[in-house]
Design a protein around this ligand. Structure first.
Ligand code: NAD
Length: 481
């Protein structure tokens, strides 16, 4: 059977289950989903778009502890099959119907009236279009970071969200999970525990290097054209051998697609949008730099190394990963505070995390620890009561039950679906932070300083840098609001 035929056969058998079979069959049951949605009619019916590693490590388990699964969309039917099985296992344990629908085209999932909530864990270059379409279809949305590929896409999501009036959470779970460590760091800065902040160093690791990836046929299960979406139509490339036998890349060869797409500027932004979306977020949140009135930011790429040569901001080869392997970028805010974004900081003694330095001391926070003298001093001089929960704009958006635990970020979203309030990772502040990550990438790609203005969302009169604000989208995949 050829590629298209085998994909079609799998989808047809499952679509038959999904399209009609759910409507009116009562997906919701009397099964308990905890205290958030106490009655069956309150339970949100969930649809998933993108069934890769994040679906398996977080979305499926966490979202389905609040409501049943109606269906899953992915452009690779092997990914779909695995994801369907994971959802079936959860339904079986809860005595729910086992007929989880699968779709190659996510719009079929959005068309379904029985779906209340869409959880998006697809590749980065698809996020904005899927979010805009889901909001327009009247769904509440949880979408993974990084929300956007470009600054222009951020403007489109904001517009779509305002138009729709729906509730949306960005998947930056550092804001609410990891034992509240990051929220505690923000509270410590706000409570002046290191005095006047002078410098913040954000270490996020470097992007990976693949060497030349040969042109090969895409996997038979993958609709490569649809995976590419808005991006230029190019040959599929993948290594002949699998390098990673553990971690999130395990079992997949280096390629332009699954897992490793994040190391191509065409589809993502390397470490800046992968981990920068988490750590730069915490740094800017703590520094209170997520508004539009913070003045311009000077971004100076002091050191950087890419795996291929660049010309005018574009890689000169398209046969391998192309994002920055090492980098040291100084971002200077108008009030003089410096934010250094680096792959690693051996001189400061850490590889991953955020180090805040101020006039009265310094401390380091990452997913595993929060350490330094100002942290030790909390034993004798604790933060005021409510200081940590008080770092959120709307501290009452969700209950604090489970705050800091794995899964709380999804819970925060689900509770906001009920209250119709703003979740902890709101779109506006995420975009403003991510735009700085995009701007750092522009500086790295051009290998020269740029000045980004959060108010105008431009690089002022710098026409070359401004040319990166938006990208041409392939016909048929344009993003419209
Ligand atoms: N919050 C976190 O800590 C965290 C952790 C890991 C990944 N992520 C994010 O989750 C997202 C997914 O990452 P991943 O590691 O799971 O990637 P992945 O490559 O494992 O999975 C992405 C899936 O999206 C699918 N996809 C691509 N185009 C699609 C389309 N048009 N319709 C439906 N599905 C489509 C792919 O086929 C693939 O199965 C990324 O944006 C990533 O940044 C977040």
């Amino acid at each position: 059977m050829n590629t298209q035929a085998s994909r079609r056969r799998f989808l047809q058998s499952s679509v038959a289950l999904s399209a009609g079979a759910y409507l009116g069959t009562g997906l919701r049951t009397k099964e308990s989903y905890g205290s958030t949605f106490s009655t069956p009619s309150e339970q949100p019916v969930v649809g998933f778009i993108g069934a890769g590693i994040r679906y398996h490590t977080y979305h499926c388990k966490q979202a389905l502890s609040f409501g049943p699964c109606a269906g899953i969309a992915d452009v690779d039917f092997v990914q779909l099959g695995r994801a369907q099985q994971a959802a079936i296992d959860i339904h079986r344990a809860k005595n729910l119907p086992l007929n989880i629908g699968v779709h190659e085209d996510y719009r079929h999932l959005l068309d379904r009236k029985d779906v209340d909530v869409i959880v998006i864990g697809s590749v980065d270059h698809w996020h904005t279009k899927m979010v805009c379409d889901a909001l327009a279809a009247g769904k509440d949305v949880y979408c993974e970071k990084p929300l956007t590929l470009t600054i222009r896409e951020g403007q489109q999501i904001v517009q779509a969200l305002e138009k729709s009036g729906r509730v949306m959470q960005v998947g930056t779970q550092q804001r609410t999970e990891f034992g509240q460590r990051f929220a505690q760091a923000v509270a410590m800065i706000r409570d002046q525990r290191i005095g006047q902040v002078k410098r913040v160093t954000v270490c996020i690791g470097g992007s990976r290097e693949s060497g030349v990836l040969p042109k090969v046929d895409p996997p038979k299960s993958l609709n490569w054209e649809k995976w590419l979406g808005q991006c230029p139509m190019v040959d599929y490339r993948a290594a002949n051998e699998i390098v990673d036998d553990q971690g999130w890349g395990a079992g997949f060869p280096f390629s332009r697609a699954h897992r490793y797409y994040r190391w191509f500027y065409e589809y993502s932004g390397g470490k800046l949008t992968d981990w920068g979306a988490h750590h730069v977020d915490i740094a800017m949140w703590a520094l209170d730099k997520l508004g539009t009135d913070i003045g311009t930011i000077k971004i100076d790429p002091l050191e950087s190394k890419h795996p291929v040569a660049f010309k005018d901001g574009y890689p000169t080869k398209d046969d391998q990963f192309n994002c920055a392997l090492t980098f040291k970028v100084q971002c200077t805010f108008q009030d003089g505070i410096e934010m250094h974004v680096r792959d690693t900081a051996p001189d400061l003694g850490f590889e991953n995390g955020i180090m805040f330095e101020g006039s009265r001391g310094r401390f380091l926070v990452n997913r595993g620890k929060i350490v330094g003298k100002p942290v030790e001093q909390l034993a004798d001089n604790p933060l005021p009561e409510g200081a940590i929960a008080g770092v959120y704009d709307e501290p009452t958006t969700a209950s604090l039950d489970g705050f800091g635990d794995e899964g709380y970020h999804m819970k925060n979203f689900m509770e906001c679906i009920k209250s119709r309030k703003q979740p902890a990772s709101d779109v506006q502040s995420h975009n403003r932070m991510l735009n700085v990550c995009h701007a750092v990438n522009v500086a790295l790609r051009l290998d020269r300083p740029v000045t980004y203005d959060p108010k105008t969302e431009t690089f002022g009169g710098d026409q070359q840098a401004n040319s990166f604000i938006a990208r041409q989208q392939r016909k048929g995949y344009e993003i419209t609001v």
